[in-house]
Structures are given as C-alpha cells and as structure tokens.
Ligand binder design. Structure first.
Ligand code: ARG
Length: 560
C-alpha cells in the first residue's frame, strides 16, 4: 500500500509525472492537519499560478474515497487524511505476507549497477580508513539488489606499482617463504618498512626494485609467483574481516588486471588528439575545465592510476553494460575522479555521465583510545575485535544467564561498528567511539537489536497474532503504523542518494516509535481483538527492523 503513489495517481497533475509528484508528498510530523501533505510550491512555475491557488484548484478536483477520506487546502499545501484503519490493516497484511521480502521492489529490473568499493591495496594493512568504503559499498550493493537491480560488486585491488618490486627485493634479502607464510601481512609490512630504511642508505635497492617490477609486468615466472603469493596472503587476511562484516564481491579485478588493456586506451587517446607530451610525460590537458592535467603515461612509458581507471571503466562498460558505475572512495580523491570522468567524456563515451564518485568522509578514533599517536595504523580487525570484547562484557553484566554469549557479542559488536560507520551522512568526517556505538540508550545498533529481541520475547510469550479487525488506534499505535509505511520509500531514497544512513536513521525512528508504543500500550491485553492487532504490529516491527539491518549487513539475535 503506497499512499503517496496512490495520491499522486489520483491527482494526475498535467505536465508532471506521477513519480515526481509522489516524491514531493510528505508525511508531516504533526498529523493533526493530515497524514500526507503535498507542498504545491514546486508546481507554481510550470502551472503559472500561485501555490495557494494551485492547492485550492487541486482540492476541488479531488474526489475522496475509502482510502483518502479528507482533503484540505491550507496555505499552499494540500493535506490528506487517510482511513487509518484500512491503511493499517492492509499494511500489516502485506508485511506479514512478504516477510523478508517486504520493502523489495522491481524498479531496478533489467538494470545493472557496478559498485567499486573497499578496493584495498595488496600487502598493506587493512586499517580503519577502509571501514567506510567497505560498509557503505556493501550496503549499497544489498540495497540496489533489493530494488531489483543486477549488482556487480567490484574490489578494484591496488595490486600494481613499484612497491611490489620493492617487496620482492626485500623478500629475497631479509625473508623467506616460511617467514611470510607464518608472519603473513605483518611480515610483509616488516620487510616493506625495512626496505625503505635500507634504501635510504643504499639507493641501488630502488633500481633493483624497479627491475623486479618490470619483470612482473613482463610476465616473468618467478616474480609473478612471489607477487601472487603476496596477493593471496593479503586476500586471505582481509577475507576474514569481510566475513565478519557480511561483505562479498563479485569481482576482484584489480589494477594489474588492466595491464594488457591500457595500450588500447593510449592509442584511442592519440587517435582522438587528446594526448599531449609535457616534460616527456603524456597527459590530457584539462585546463579548459579548470583542472590540472590528467597524467596518462610517465616519461618512462609506465602507466598511472588514472590510466588504469580509464581502462577499467571501459572494460566494465563492455563487460557489464552498466546503467551506473559507482566508486565508493574517500573525498580526498575527488579530483582524480573528476579528471578521469572528464577524459572519458572527451573520448566521446556518452556513458561517462553514468559514472558516480560516491565520496565519503574520514573515520578516526577518539584521541588516546589507541596508539595512533605512535604513528601506528589502527587495524580494522583490532577495532572489530575490541568492540566485540566490549559487547561481551556489557552482555555479561546485563544478562549473565544468556546462552550463546559469543554469538550475541559478535552480532552486537560487529553491528555496532557497521552501524556506527553508516550512521552519519556519508560525507561527514566521523570520530569513532567505542562507548558511543555500543550504548544501549543512544541512537545505536544495540538499541535497534534490543528492540528486535523485545519483539521476539513479546511474541514468544503471547503467541502468534490471530485475525483481527483494526481497532481505533491511539497516537502511539498509529505512529508505528506510519513509520512502517515509510520503509519502501526510505530504501528508494537511500539508493537514489547513495546514502545508507537513511536506513540507519529509519531503523532508529521505527525502534523509538515501537518503544513508545511498548510503554503506552499493554500488548498482551484482555481484549482479544486489540491484543491480536498489537501482536500483528509487533511482528511487523520485528520484520521491518530485521530487513533494515540485513540491508546494512548487520545480524540480529533473538535474545540478548
Ligand atoms: N586502492 C585505492 C586506494 O586505496 C582505492 C581505489 C578506488 N577505486 C578506483 N577505481 N580508483 O586509494
């Protein structure tokens, strides 16, 4: 039951399509004037009339029915009242019927979205800086899939560059297969750091590193074997973390995957007269667009980050024929994306407009909570483990009898990390605080998970809801219904704005509405009809909160 759509269809305003009008319809926080409202200001220009007049004309044309029972024009707004009882009955029926598919849609059917996210660098630690791209990208994948899109999740691995030559030199001098296999990423980091220290004293090491990097590029067997070993170790390490966060990928085609696809890009750029040589390097001049030039080839002929991204975009278009290709990457890389998007546009790729840089802010830890001061990186795995440990302690305090404390602590701890990273508008820098993300009172994941356990416990005690006739609802009951009715819209806006935080916000609002209802209304009350209605409401809240968390990659528990 999508009331906004229903109203928009009934209004059928000329020169405006139904979806646009539905998009403008609001649910006012104070429902005394109406359950839905259409501000008519956006219509004024095209309809050449004042919002007040437009609202009045629309009101006169509108016929009320069994769903929309009242319509009023007030100062440029058109306010609608709905038959709350039939709306509630329909909605609860639909949620019960659709269950885990409630909120899903087919708007994306036949369309493909590529999402480039996490995109870690091989042989480098997986640190807190990767948290946002990983969880935002993963949530967007799940959201778009839920809306019927075909989604290709891509981990554009940073697996190209002289650093791999350095690693091979360092490996040969100071490490061994055994040491790498047991020490893993830590060992790779150790020898990489050592290389830099030694190279300061002995610059010849750098030449050697370049030599080995060329060997990798030329397909030399031994060098590639080592390179693949480093890659394998890194991926095994990060897979553990991806598993904790419910993150998966459809492709791991990284930068080196494009080694044999860049010559064609350079050729095309030359043919289209876009390449100029400057200080020996080949560049695309972007001064006409107020941007520094985009570097395509260094003077020694080697490719750059942008060259590989151009090749990757073309490859993705040819392979997946995407309708959109998203890049979930920190805003520090704004210029890079603007530059290579522009180059593709200049190459005449009409689909360059479908490339979107989904930028996000930085995550840092509260000062003093970890050894960032000592210049050490904060490993993501350590942050997750520490949050899980803290969650375990809280659970032990609150509910020492609980079975499955480990499983619960994992769901609560990792959920807190994910939800914490998704809670803000994505472009904001965030400071991660263990206590804040784990608080049971604040606008947090544990609060939402706790609300779900409340629903489970109510339903366990009182049994499944049976058939009911929707009763007159009090304010608290209707507030829950009104929130439940927004879910489908929220998912669509989250996809449209690339903002999973709309869903975290929504989960909090619904949980808060439920808490108020839980306090105000006795669910297991005497009157059978009311009891069944309230139980159906509780079950619907449980379903929708679980669906919301699932879209974010967060698990729930039945008890905590
Ligand atoms: N590996 C890069 C980094 O850590 C991010 C890659 C993002 N994706 C892309 N297609 N450029 O900065």
């Amino acid at each position: 039951m999508d009331c906004k759509q229903y109203i928009a269809e009934k209004l059928n305003i000329e020169n405006f399509d139904i979806n646009t009008v539905a998009g403008y319809i609001e649910t006012p926080p104070d429902t005394t004037l109406g359950d839905y409202a259409l501000p008519c200001f956006f219509l004024a220009k095209i309809l050449r009339s004042s919002p007040v007049k437009i609202a009045e004309t629309l009101k006169d044309k509108f016929t009320i029915d069994e769903v929309i029972t009242e319509v009023n024009a007030v100062g440029g707004y058109l306010n609608f009242k709905i038959d709350r009882k039939s709306f509630a009955a329909e909605l609860l029926k639909e949620i019960a019927l659709k269950g885990e598919n409630y909120g899903a849609d087919t708007v994306g059917a036949g369309k493909t979205v590529c999402i480039d996210y996490s995109s870690i660098n091989i042989a480098k630690p997986f640190h807190i800086g990767h948290l946002s791209t990983t969880v935002i990208g993963s949530a967007l994948c799940k959201i778009f899939r839920f809306l019927g899109y075909k989604v290709v999740g891509i981990n554009h691995l940073g697996d190209y560059g002289t650093q791999f030559g350095k690693l091979i030199v360092a490996y040969k001098l100071w490490s061994s297969r055994e040491q790498v296999l047991s020490g893993r990423l830590k060992e790779l980091t150790r020898i990489y750091v050592k290389f830099h220290e030694e190279a300061k004293l002995n610059p010849a090491l750098d030449d050697e590193a370049r030599h080995y990097f060329h060997l990798i590029e030329q397909g030399d067997k031994e060098s590639n074997e080592l390179f693949n070993l480093f890659k394998k170790i890194t991926l095994e390490e990060v897979d553990r973390i991806y598993e904790m966060l419910n993150v998966t990928f459809d492709s791991y085609a990284g930068e080196s995957f494009y080694n044999d696809k860049m010559a064609a890009v350079v050729r095309e750029l030359k043919e289209k007269n876009l390449l100029t040589v400057s200080d020996g390097a080949s560049i695309v001049d972007l001064s006409a667009y107020d941007m520094p030039p985009c570097l395509i080839l260094k003077s020694d002929g080697s490719s750059l980050y942008a060259t590989r991204d151009i090749a990757a975009a073309i490859y993705r278009k040819n392979t997946y024929d995407f309708d959109k290709c998203l890049y979930v990457v920190a805003y520090q890389q704004n210029l890079h994306f603007k530059q290579f998007f522009k180059v593709l546009e200049l190459m005449g790729k009409s689909w360059a407009k479908d490339l979107v840089h989904v930028a996000y802010g930085m995550v840092s830890l509260e000062s003093g909570s970890m050894s960032t001061r000592e210049g050490k990186v904060v490993l993501l795995e350590d942050v997750i483990n520490k949050t899980v440990e803290k969650a375990y302690k809280v659970i032990e305090e609150k509910n020492p009898e609980l079975k499955n404390k480990d499983k619960t602590a994992r769901a609560v701890g990792t959920g807190a990390v994910i939800f914490g990273a998704l809670s803000n508008n994505k472009i904001k820098d965030i400071v991660f605080s263990y206590d804040r993300v784990l608080s049971f009172e604040g606008e947090t994941c544990p609060y939402v998970q706790y609300t779900i356990t409340r629903c489970f416990s109510v339903l366990k005690k009182a049994g499944k809801p049976k058939a009911f006739v929707c009763p007159d609802m009090c304010q608290a009951e209707y507030a829950v219904i009104s929130e439940l009715g927004k879910f489908s819209d929220v998912i669509k806006s989250a996809a449209e704005k690339y903002e999973p935080s709309y869903i975290t916000r929504y989960a909090i609002d619904l949980a808060q509405a439920f808490s108020k209802f839980y306090i105000d209304c006795k669910i297991a009350c005497e009157d059978e009809n009311t009891r069944n209605f309230r139980l159906a409401l509780t079950r619907a809240v449980k379903t929708v909160l679980i669906n919301a968390l699932t879209l974010l990659g967060i698990d729930y528990v039945e008890e905590m």
